[in-house]
Write a protein that binds this ligand. Structure first.
Ligand SMILES: Cc1cc2nc3c(=O)[nH]c(=O)nc-3n(C[C@H](O)[C@H](O)[C@H](O)COP(=O)(O)OP(=O)(O)OC[C@H]3O[C@@H](n4cnc5c(N)ncnc54)[C@H](O)[C@@H]3O)c2cc1C
Length: 320
């Protein structure tokens, strides 16, 4: 699907093969967009420059002695490390991590009572509440993970009360750390990473990618934010950063209205897309990661499934 147009009743949907469909209501549920490089990059995807590692097929084409650089330090990087360990990769691995850390290990926590969020109207109040809840203990302890989970239970309501600028500020400043704590790594991937570090094969570099150049020897030279450069035979993009082409197009053409000065769509708690005049549209809906700035913690499969179930219930009620 490449575009939508308002029709007499509902929406006309246009596809890239020129077919068109009509629906009285339309739900945008396009999920996580394919990752893009976090810097402008003129080089094409190849067996040594992997933009989308999610399919895992790149592992089959990597020279087992290659020096590899993983850009990013979330769950995609952990999956890449685990895949390389499974294939008994022998070459050195560097991993660029903005905070100098890897995700915590998921441990066996038990669900506790949900946390009752106070009224928070500013990013600073929101951070203060989260900090008070999480400052004691260590994030790989069951008790800490239980508290984190309790904090998450009412977070979307608290999030939606914040001004958009405050939500954007929180995403910029704390979004990375929040994702690490939220999407914890499996014990198997943590063990693979630990073994590689212990034997000196894996090095964490606290920096971000700033530039990428090819070298004469068919390798890559990476310029880092801390002015250092690094050479690698293969570079794997583990940043997960992507831009949904359809959502982007609908924002540019004005079908979707941006939330404040962001590039995310304005969506009501009832999942209705907000029109330019501020009114919720009763035939155009959106769920999933594209609604995260508007609605809060909706990246994981269970949160998206909860949105989908709520949407199905609301349709059922309307039809009755
Ligand atoms: C690598 C990875 C690992 C993850 N692991 C976990 C995990 O362990 N636990 C967890 O809770 N969550 C995980 N998530 C998050 C979770 O999978 C997603 O948030 C969830 O699947 C999103 O569901 P969705 O239905 O919104 O989107 P998706 O499941 O991504 O489905 C969207 C669909 O829409 C299609 N689509 C996109 N654009 C268009 C278009 N223009 N026209 C037509 N079709 C289109 C896509 O091809 C896709 O089929 C992971 C995400 C990723 C990327």
């Amino acid at each position: 699907m490449v575009d939508i147009r308002p029709a007499q009743q509902g929406w006309q949907v246009l596809c890239d093969d020129r077919t068109e469909y009509h629906g009285t209501s339309l739900l945008l549920a396009t999920g996580n967009p394919e990752p893009q490089w976090p810097i402008p990059n003129r080089f094409k995807d190849s067996s040594t420059l992997i933009r989308t590692p999610w399919r895992g097929d790149w592992l089959e084409r990597i020279d087992p002695t290659a020096a590899i650089c993983l850009v990013g330090s979330g769950l995609t990087a952990m999956d890449a490390l685990s895949g390389l360990a499974e294939r008994d990769h022998q070459g050195p691995i560097s991993l660029l991590t903005p905070h100098g850390i890897l995700p915590p290990e998921q441990v066996g926590w038990e669900p506790g009572d949900p946390f009752l969020w106070p009224d928070t109207r500013r990013a600073s109040d929101f951070l203060h509440v989260a900090f008070q809840m999480l400052r004691a203990g260590f994030w790989e302890e069951p008790e800490w993970q239980q508290r984190f989970s309790a904090l998450r239970s009412g977070i979307s309501t608290a999030w939606q009360q914040l001004p958009v600028e405050d939500r954007m500020k929180l995403q910029r400043r704390a979004g990375g750390l929040w994702s690490l704590a939220r999407f914890r790594a499996s014990p198997q991937t943590v063990e693979a990473a630990r073994n590689m570090r212990d034997r000196g094969q894996l090095t964490l570099i606290r920096s971000a990618l700033k530039s990428l150049e090819s070298t004469r020897s068919d390798g890559w030279q990476l310029g880092l934010a801390n002015e250092v450069s690094l050479n690698a035979d293969a570079v794997i993009n583990c940043t997960g950063v992507g831009r949904d082409p359809l959502i982007h197009k609908l924002m540019v053409t004005g079908r979707l209205t941006p939330l404040g000065k962001s590039s995310s769509p304005a969506v009501s708690p009832g999942l209705q897309v907000i029109s330019e005049d501020g009114s919720p549209c009763d035939t155009l809906f959106c769920i999933g990661p594209a609604t995260a700035l508007a609605l809060g913690d909706v990246m994981g499969a269970t949160s998206v499934a909860t949105q989908a179930a709520g949407f199905a219930r609301s349709l059922h009620t309307v039809e009755k």
